[in-house]
Design a binder for this molecule. Structure first.
Ligand SMILES: NC(=O)C1=CN([C@@H]2O[C@H](COP(=O)(O)OP(=O)(O)OC[C@H]3O[C@@H](n4cnc5c(N)ncnc54)[C@H](OP(=O)(O)O)[C@@H]3O)[C@@H](O)[C@H]2O)C=CC1
Ligand SMILES: O=CC(=O)O
Length: 326
């Protein structure tokens, strides 16, 4: 008999078939209030969970006593309580690296869109209000040869630094908890404190994972340190920024403009005050959302999942130490 797996996200037929080769699959294209009870019912004897975004914590694990693996189709895993999974001997996996270049492209696009006011000027043309030459008050600012500060110089941060250095001739500052000498050698990046980065950068890009120390990492104090001409973009998770403080910083002219791909609550409430600010550019969490990259992520997550279901070590195992020792 095959082990039972739950897929709780819409996947391509090839991914479904690949998982079905080794598992009996219960397939929910999405979870909502109409099917949550039956999902919980199925969890009771499920050995694998495959999807993204579901909060998997001790309370959910209580409902899933036979679980062996949770495979996240994302690199960020703030939805997973890894210590709780580890305590129960459940493997947790994610999809690092395959999305680095695509997310970096998105963040460069978001910086350019914000600096050059592309969404606003697109609207000007489409609404028929482009009636004369633009006034200087409608001009954007240059990105090339400016200073970019990257907070979270990891896999994606480094791919952003590569583009900024080679493509735009930017000077790179970065903040991590530990130095990354590879990016210093490859892209001339300079390690500095968070405060120095906020004070010196023209463009600031946030790319940290969401953890307790990074929750509201950027707030009133940090916006207050930034240049009045600074452009701030967030590609990490919405909760890494104090969104109320961002509204204040944009309204009070503490920074010039901001762009974000992520919100503390997603999908964002249409009444959210950030959405009505002219100097704010928004995206609906599409950092990795190209056909090619989403396919690569789903394939990687499925490979992790199948290995785990077969009792083997998945490639991207977040709690690897425990299972290697065991
Ligand atoms: N918008 C989107 O669609 C996407 C968003 N993401 C988000 O991007 C995040 C980063 O992904 P990825 O680059 O693969 O992750 P990495 O783990 O490779 O990089 C994260 C970096 O953040 C640094 N960091 C962690 N904690 C802190 C802290 N407290 N202060 C400063 N720096 C810190 C780490 O360095 P050190 O350990 O030295 O501090 C590390 O260099 C994901 O966790 C996810 O949330 C990812 C993909 C798509
Ligand atoms: O937000 C996306 C991810 O892969 O993390």
């Amino acid at each position: 008999m095959k082990p039972k797996a739950i897929i709780y996200k819409k996947v391509e037929p090839s991914i479904l078939a690949y998982i079905q080769e080794v598992c009996d699959v219960v397939y929910f294209e999405q979870l909502d209030s109409s099917n949550l009870e039956s999902f919980y019912e199925e969890l009771r004897d499920a050995q694998g969970l495959f999807g993204s975004g579901l909060k998997v914590d001790a309370a959910l694990l209580e409902k899933a006593p036979r679980l062996k693996i949770v495979s996240n189709i994302s690199v960020g895993y703030d939805n997973l309580d890894v210590p709780a999974l580890t305590d129960r001997g459940v493997m947790a996996t994610n999809t690092p690296d395959v999305l680095n270049e695509t997310v970096a492209d998105t963040m460069i696009g978001l910086m350019l869109a914000t600096a050059r006011r592309i969404p606003e000027l697109d609207q000007l043309v489409k609404s028929g209000k482009w009636t004369s030459h633009l006034a200087p008050a409608q001009f954007g600012v240059d990105m090339h040869h400016k200073t970019l500060g990257i907070i979270g110089m990891g896999r994606i941060g480094a791919a952003i630094a590569k583009r900024a250095h080679f493509g735009f001739g930017m000077n790179i500052l970065y903040r991590n908890r530990s130095r990354n000498e590879e990016v210093e050698n490859a892209y001339g990046a300079t390690y500095c404190s968070l405060d120095e980065l906020c004070q010196q950068a023209d463009f600031i890009c946030l790319m940290v994972p969401l953890t307790p120390p990074t929750t509201k990492l950027i707030g009133d104090r940090e916006f207050g340190l930034m240049k009045k001409t600074a452009i701030f973009v967030n590609g990490s998770r919405g909760a890494t920024v104090d969104e109320d403080a961002l509204v204040r910083a944009l309204q009070n002219g503490e920074i010039l403009a901001a762009g974000t791909d992520v919100f503390a609550q997603e999908p964002v409430n249409p009444d959210h005050p950030l959405l009505s600010l002219p100097n704010m550019v928004t995206l609906p969490h599409i950092g990795s959302a190209t056909l090619e990259t989403r396919q690569a992520m789903a394939r990687f997550a499925a490979e992790n999942f199948v290995l785990g279901m077969q009792g083997k070590l998945p490639v991207a195992l977040l709690n690897r130490e425990v299972f290697v020792k065991a």
